[in-house]
Design a protein around this ligand. Structure first.
Ligand code: FES
Length: 56
């Protein structure tokens, strides 16, 4: 599933980022660009991030 349409970032990409050690939206924004365009994906990305972190 695509989380951030503007930057074409999938749920899988966020999973990979968490596997690589990222733990916050700020890091995801900086590294992947999630939410840097329209910002509509912010809450969805946050949920995905939270889910990933609780699975690690
Ligand atoms: Fe992520 Fe627009 S959908 S910034």
């Amino acid at each position: 599933m695509i989380v951030c349409v503007c930057n074409n970032i999938s749920e899988g990409k966020i999973h990979q980022a968490v596997d690589a050690g990222m733990t916050s939206m700020a890091e995801l924004r900086k590294q992947l660009g999630v939410g840097t365009c329209c910002g509509k994906c912010h809450s969805c990305a946050k949920n995905v991030l939270r889910e990933c972190l609780s699975n690690t």
